[in-house]
Design a binder for this molecule. Sequence first.
Ligand code: ADP
Ligand code: ASP
Ligand code: MG
Length: 471
Amino acid sequence: MARRSRNPLHVLKFGGTSLGVAERIAWASRHAASSARRRRTLVVVSAMAGMTNLLLRSARAAATGDGNWRKAADEIRERHRQAAEALLSGAERKRFDSRMEEAIATLEKNCENFEASGEATAQGLDSVASLGEVISAALFAAALREAGARARAVDAAELIVTDNRFGDANVMVEATEKRLRERVGPLLSRGVVPVITGFRGATTEGAPTTLGRGSSDYTATLTGSLLGAQEITIWTDVDGVMTADPRLVPGARVISRLSYGEAIELAFFGAKVIHWKAILPAMQSQMPLRVRNSFRPRNAGTRIVSGANCRTAVAAVTAVPRAHLVTLRGDGALRPVELATRALGWLDGAGAHPLLVVQSSPENSLAFALGHEEATLAGFCHPISARQASDGFVVHSSEEVGLVTAIGARIGQPAGAAARIFTALERCRVNVLAAATGSSGQRLALAVPQNSLRAAVRAIHREFRLQRNAR
Ligand code: ADP
Ligand code: ASP
Ligand code: MG
């Protein structure tokens, strides 16, 4: 990881809701321009809110022969056009329009191919999924120039080198570091603000990839840590990382300070506010990460740093709705450890990240929970396939569940924490279908019936008085 220079570098990442309409982009670009007057500043942008879903929907529609995908292209053009009209003038407007039309032409070309072949491959989907970031980076850089800063949009496909695991690509760190030094370093030295597209990378052959849904946060921390940033701020639409998703628990409170370890657990187990991959580069280079609300910039937000101030056993409760709890059974010839080896190898091949794994030797069974999208892609939402049966095991059951996770640096220590969680769930008649702790000793994850998820999150939140005891 890079050494920090004497001229501090700050990375500002703006999420989709912080760029949803012209007014929000205007605030964000003014904020970035003011940062750039005081220190070296690098910006990472997501697509405008809703754009990535719209792009993916149109690609899938094209593959099924549904001509409505052309309407999506019109909608993408119209939303950006409205924002550009309010933000840009003269030459900037012209330059932006031609960049946007180039991106829309890429979308159209790909969708026509999907329509003709009747298929949208993972590689094809990645070519269109991050076009929203390409357009928003061009718009943001132009808005920054209008705000008086020197700025240049930079396509991360030319910076972030990845393998070809389309949809969830792995970054090749050394090659990426080299490109960042060569292409972004000189911009920063000249006082130019690079505006980098989040979410996006490319293979060594130049095929566009994406780093996983919601991964613009990761683009920000990765580039920041490789360039030796002093701090990274993730600007979003809530006051920081909270004790629970405020949409599920209205009394959820902001956590002012969180350790890297707790933040990874929180993000991995459903707190969408930050992508779990984003924590790792920050942790490795001990770079402080802040999560703040672009709608309420006076609030201090959350600081994610090393070590936490553990007043309570549980710091937060997360939820993953519509997960799948899949139970596999060996066919008799397989030893339990062989079942585990094959099943996990098979999950790896499907690119799945199990959220919880529970093994039982006497029954020769292995149960795991997967997020909804992964379970669908891996075919677990359907009846047992021939391939699954022929690997020496069968899918005994596959049910939709909610996953509730209690997280805290001291959760494994006081003997009472787990007991309190189970008792709180029992009190509100929530049935626990599977449970697992982690080697980190910082979490207890429980699969509960999907329709009990909200009650389970609220019960644990209440039990540890998180509405009053947030750090
Ligand atoms: P952005 O577009 O800025 O990347 P996201 O939608 O990805 O924003 O993430 C912010 C959302 O994460 C919030 O609106 C909130 O509903 C949700 N969220 C889930 N869990 C939490 C949590 N523990 N703390 C804060 N927000 C959470
Ligand atoms: N726009 C991408 C997504 O919606 C990446 C991000 O927002 O972080 O998944
Ligand atoms: Mg996000």
